[in-house]
Design a binder for this molecule. Sequence first.
Ligand code: FES
Length: 121
Amino acid sequence: MVHVVRIDVCAADELPPGARRIVEADGRSIGVFNVDGDLFALRNICPHQGAALCLGTVRGTMIPSDPYEYVYGHEGRVLRCPWHGWEFDLETGEKLFDVSERARVKTYPASVEAGRVGVDV
Ligand code: FES
């Protein structure tokens, strides 16, 4: 049986769209992001060399396109590691695009209950 613990992050109005919070709880550091009202929570450790990933920038990225075409997309849905620039999908934790070295960040369900943001770990 899987034991789920809810970590209290903050009041919902303390995490408006565009904001992030990093919480230390239960031996973990977790970043919680509000992107246009959607909440995402990720482990705050980069699978590359262990940087505090959730201190990175939230942005978009270049998406696959035809040769000589440069298409920018996924605005606000990509987390870029502050050390070497690996990019991760905020929703899935998957490393983007370079499939030669697969990596994934642990993600957690985040939600608002009774006016409080929480993460289930
Ligand atoms: S530690 Fe994150 S990309 Fe290197």
